[in-house]
Design a binder for this molecule. Structure first.
Ligand code: 5RP
Length: 262
């Protein structure tokens, strides 16, 4: 089975599988969006079926909600859950302080609301997403459709006053039409090259009328599980300030059961 997975998929599977062990009976859990988060959802479904794990789960997108129901998770809204013990989600980039760029999958708004309504956020990722400085991955910014060109111009103008290399923004498309988020908004992808001060940029972007939220997650996550293609995963924990690192090994052959018993 593992020969059917690419090395990147194996790394994502390993990260998701390790992080799923942090989910305990009775927890209220936020579920991220994207291919890594999808492995987590499948693994949690497997634990529910095999161990009788009882959790309630709040998805960050319609896609994740559909997958969660398919694998047998008890999916509720954030309004119903009110507050969460733990959110586990992927990222597009992360740095040494666990500042993140998210939103490559278009779910950044719900992802940020769910993560900040959680006691703890764990990032699941492959090693290729670790960077010294955020910004090589285009920063997604969710904007309301009304007057989006004016919002885009204002965003590009304020980028001149902050510590970034580039200023060009692009409306995300879905074929011939703008990509539309679960909240009915558009996304601008900002080609910044390098972000000198993620916290400042996040605050400044959210001042622009028409901007709903941006994909910078600063001081939200304090643990990351980095998966590798050989099934090894590395947990970096920044909760006590200095990083504490531990390792675990995942049986990649078990990946087949995730599909076999659905
Ligand atoms: C979705 C996200 C994802 O977490 C991010 O894009 C990573 O995706 P993947 O796990 O598929 O690499 O932020 O909005």
């Amino acid at each position: 089975m593992t020969e059917l997975l690419t090395p990147i998929d194996q790394a994502k599977y390993a990260a998701a599988h390790c992080a799923a062990d942090f989910v305990k009976d009775g927890m209220r859990v936020g579920l991220g969006t994207g291919s890594t988060a999808a492995w987590l959802v499948r693994r949690l479904g497997q634990r529910v079926r095999a161990e009788g794990l009882r959790i309630i789960a709040v998805p960050t997108s319609a896609r994740t909600a559909a997958l969660g129901r398919e694998v047998g998770l008890n999916i509720v809204t954030l309004e119903e859950a009110r507050w969460l013990d733990l959110t586990i989600d992927g990222a597009d980039e992360f740095d040494a302080e666990l500042a993140l760029i998210k939103g490559g999958g278009g779910a950044l708004l719900h992802e940020k609301i769910v993560a900040t309504a959680s006691d703890q956020m764990i990032v699941i990722t492959d090693a290729a997403k670790e960077v010294k400085h955020l910004g090589a991955f285009p920063l997604p910014v969710e904007v309301i459709p009304f007057g989006w060109q004016a919002t885009k111009a204002l965003v590009e103008e304020i980028l001149a006053a902050v510590d970034v290399l580039g200023r060009k923004s692009t409306l995300r498309m879905n074929g011939a039409n703008p990509y539309v988020t679960d909240e009915g908004n558009y996304i601008l992808d900002l080609a910044l090259g390098r972000i000198g001060n993620p916290q400042q940029l996040s605050l400044v972007l959210n001042q622009v009328p028409g901007v709903v939220e941006n994909g910078l997650f600063v001081d939200i996550a304090d643990q990351v599980v980095i998966g590798h293609a050989d099934g090894k995963c590395e947990l970096r924990d920044l909760t006590s300030g200095a990083p504490e690192t531990s390792f675990a090994q995942v049986d990649l052959d078990a990946a087949q059961n995730i599909f076999r018993d659905l």
